[in-house]
Write a protein that binds this ligand. Structure first.
Ligand SMILES: NC(=O)c1ccc[n+]([C@@H]2O[C@H](COP(=O)([O-])OP(=O)(O)OC[C@H]3O[C@@H](n4cnc5c(N)ncnc54)[C@H](O)[C@@H]3O)[C@@H](O)[C@H]2O)c1
Length: 313
């Protein structure tokens, strides 16, 4: 049944795909985004964009009073590990207080929240892989800590107010519309380097592994989690190293550029891989897109984006 949804962070990479999927199923969508990392052009014409900081509770409350949301997809976040190390207080404001504001407003409208947390930055390097949700987190960065703290509020608001809120711990998401100018998102960054014939930096000498999950698979998981209380990993259970991604994209581009090998940056993990068995059992969700297919789709879409923005210069 069509409903009124709010998507926080809907001008961002993943949020904009959530918006498109909700519009496609007939929902009325309002995006809340302060455009600190998002881009107005990512918000499809069918959705309303409200430029608003989620730390502003009064603003959020006034907007929700107009929209009367029936579901909230909460993706707005300070999503940079490096920025969280540089400014942990702002990271906490957005990721903890901002999330609490969203939960409060959702409670006032009895709207369930589907919240995007992190799988990659939460479990730490000592966790067995693939890591299941019952592993006690040991985050290496303030970003991991703020997401963990926010998760606690998501769960408490479910338990104490009887609203089925879901926390989705995402692996490393990649796909069309990912910014090539962020600190993470190696698929987008590498594609841009290949497009502009530049050598990329391979942190950790290309050896770190991640669990890469394609963006539309993540969107499917978020939509299935609407109104389902719980904490779910959203990933593939397969790990791929950074050097392999560079090699495969280089093949797709038909180019051979020698990368620069660098040490890991502060707060970065050596390895990460998540067990998404719970999402499969409870939500009937499973990643459908193979890494080869996802890389092919992402490479083609990003090159088209770069071309439409005026080419490499
Ligand atoms: N991309 C990944 O691999 C990944 C992995 C794990 C978790 N996540 C989580 O998924 C969510 C979406 O990530 P993304 O990759 O699309 O990042 P993104 O930076 O593209 O999107 C985040 C959006 O939130 C907005 N935003 C930031 N602070 C805000 C604030 N105070 N008020 C309102 N809007 C604000 C930004 O402008 C941006 O549009 C985030 O919560 C992130 O932590 C992402």
């Amino acid at each position: 049944m069509a409903e009124r949804a709010i998507v926080t962070g809907g001008a961002g990479f993943i949020g904009s795909h959530v918006v498109d999927a909700l519009l496609a199923q007939g929902d009325t969508v309002t995006v809340v985004d302060d455009l600190s990392a998002g881009d107005r052009s990512r918000v499809t014409a069918g959705a309303e964009l409200e430029v608003l900081d989620i730390v502003d509770l009064d603003g959020l409350r006034a907007l929700a009073g107009e929209v009367r949301p029936q579901a909230i997809y909460h993706l707005a976040a300070q999503a940079s590990v490096v920025a969280s190390v540089e400014d942990p207080l702002r990271d906490c404001d957005v990721n903890v207080k901002g999330t609490l504001n969203v939960l409060e407003v959702a409670r006032e409208h009895e709207a369930p929240v589907a919240f995007t947390s992190t799988g990659g930055a939460l479990y730490g390097d000592a966790a067995p892989r693939p890591t299941a949700e019952d592993r006690i987190p040991a985050p290496l960065s303030p970003y991991g800590s703020s997401k963990w703290a926010a998760e606690a509020y998501v769960k408490t608001w479910s338990l104490s107010h009887g609203i089925p809120n879901a926390t989705m711990r995402l692996g490393n998401v990649y796909g069309p519309r990912q910014s090539p100018h962020g600190e993470a998102g190696v698929v987008a960054i590498f594609t841009h380097h290949l497009y502009t014939d530049q050598a990329p930096k391979l942190y950790g000498h290309g050896k770190p592994t991640r669990d890469y999950v394609y963006v539309t698979d993540v969107v499917d998981a978020l939509l299935l989690a609407r109104g389902r209380a719980g904490t779910f990993n959203v990933a593939t259970g397969t790990e791929t190293d950074v050097a392999t991604i560079w090699r495969e994209l280089s093949q797709a581009a038909g180019k051979s550029i020698e990368p620069q090998l660098e040490d890991l940056r502060p707060g970065e993990l050596q390895h990460s891989c998540l067990d998404a068995g719970l999402a499969e059992r409870e939500l009937g969700w499973r990643a459908k897109t193979s890494m080869a297919e996802g890389l092919r789709l992402t490479y083609a879409a990003l090159i088209e984006e770069f071309e439409s923005q005026g080419g490499p210069d």
